[in-house]
Write a protein that binds this ligand. Structure first.
Ligand SMILES: Nc1ncnc2c1ncn2[C@@H]1O[C@H](COP(=O)(O)OP(=O)(O)OP(=O)(O)O)[C@@H](O)[C@H]1O
Ligand SMILES: [Mg+2]
Length: 386
């Protein structure tokens, strides 16, 4: 969708802002550009909508070299959140937000209606803020108007230069969540600049980590954290990357252990004898479809009548297989559980234990390496305490 081929920008005073940049952003992809101040992020962004032109190299959008596209036409397809928000000081918040729809020929009333919806979306009551002027807002509020304005004309491409930079951590968290929720339905192609590696990881499908004027690594958050391409990237993503990694690593079926199980319709006495023979103190309870119905300890089955069904205890600690290692870890802590079940729909796939979680994490941090737990020796020796 957006493609950079060996793009260099040298400013007239001789500063090389970016040097030989090549990367591609897929349609519907959200790419974050992260790096220290002055490394060329804003310059990269401004070349996409031709606010500045490259000195060398080529940028194409939808396969067409943008050097041959009229800048005004180009910008109509791209919402732009400017680093310093760039609101018109003499226009109200509502009219600022409605700028692009009006430019593209919407009726004023309809454009204002849309603007009000978007202000609401970014957490600014249009009834309170709509009639104010930018100078009557805080920096963070101005920034949110900037985001609303970029979304107003519903462009396929969004260029966002530190859109959440001036808001406090609580509001930023909310705006990031809201933005991800929107993006899941909008599927816009987004380039988003940030200083903040956490934000880059949280929002990006892929991250471009900038050194000075060049990209040091361009990859998924999990790969950037798990296998930093250079010592610079490793340092930039920080020493606590193990923790960040948890939230971007999905559960791998190969990491799951298969604990002993009892069938729902199995006579209790039989299940107990079998479990004792196998040396198991507890088992997960499954039906013939492999769906999870809870768990049962051998003690509960001593002298018990009927089938296992009557003795199964509810399994509180579980995560869907689509979850992350962080989800698994939080569930484990929340339920004070020694293991948690991993489900595909209702179907039981296996369990994660602190040992397997740690192994999974260590492997992703190392980027390669061995699976440390041998399946046949995997042992699950604690039960949820509830
Ligand atoms: N018009 C200009 N003329 C000369 N040099 C410029 C110009 N604009 C930017 N630069 C320089 O180009 C380099 C990259 O600037 P750019 O604004 O792209 O950085 P950035 O990564 O967005 O930084 P920040 O995180 O501080 O916003 C910097 O060294 C900057 O001083
Ligand atoms: Mg910048």
């Amino acid at each position: 969708m957006i493609r950079f081929d060996s793009v260099t920008k040298r400013y007239p005073d001789g500063t090389t802002a970016v040097d030989g940049l090549s990367f591609e952003v897929g349609e519907g992809e959200l790419v974050t550009l992260v790096g220290p101040s002055g490394c060329g992020k804003t310059t990269t962004m401004m070349m996409v909508n031709r606010l500045i032109d490259p000195t060398h190299g080529r940028i194409s959008v939808d396969g067409a070299d943008i050097a041959g596209v009229d800048p005004v036409q180009l910008r109509r397809r791209m919402g732009y959140v400017i680093q310093q928000t760039g609101l018109f000081p003499h226009r109200t918040v509502l009219d600022n937000t409605a700028t692009v729809p009006v430019l593209t020929g919407w009726k004023k009333a309809k454009a204002r209606e849309r603007a009000a919806e978007l202000l609401d979306l970014v957490g600014l009551d249009p009834g309170v803020y709509g009639s104010r002027y930018p100078e009557q807002l805080s920096g963070g509020q101005r920034q949110r108007v900037g985001v609303a304005r970029a979304l107003a004309a519903d462009p396929p491409v969004l260029l966002m230069d530190e859109p959440f930079g001036a808001v406090d951590p609580v509001v930023r968290d909310r705006l990031q969540k809201e933005f991800l929720r929107l993006q899941a339905t909008m599927h816009k192609t987004v380039l988003l600049v940030t200083h903040d590696i956490e934000e880059a990881i949280r929002l990006g499908d892929r991250i471009a980590v900038y050194g000075t004027g060049r990209i040091e690594q361009y990859d998924t958050p999990a790969s950037v954290l798990g296998a930093p391409a250079t010592p610079y990237v490793a340092e930039f993503v920080g020493t606590d990357r193990a923790l960040k990694q948890l939230s971007v690593t999905t559960i791998d079926r190969a990491d799951l252990e298969r604990p002993p199980f009892a069938r729902l319709d199995e006579p209790a006495a039989e299940a107990m004898t079998r479990m004792r023979t196998e040396g198991a103190r507890w088992a997960v309870v499954l039906d013939e479809e492999g769906e999870l119905h809870g768990w049962v300890g051998t003690e509960e089955l001593v002298g018990a009548a009927g089938t296992v069904a009557g003795h199964a205890r509810r399994m509180e600690a579980w995560v869907p297989v689509t979850g992350t290692l962080k989800d698994a870890f939080s569930e484990m802590l929340k339920h004070d559980a020694g293991w948690i079940a991993v489900l595909d729909g209702h179907r039981f796939l296996g369990v994660l234990t602190p040992t397997t979680l740690h192994e999974a994490l260590r492997r992703t941090i190392g980027g390669r390496g061995e699976r440390g737990v041998r399946r046949e020796r995997a042992e699950v020796d604690s039960v949820p305490t509830q």
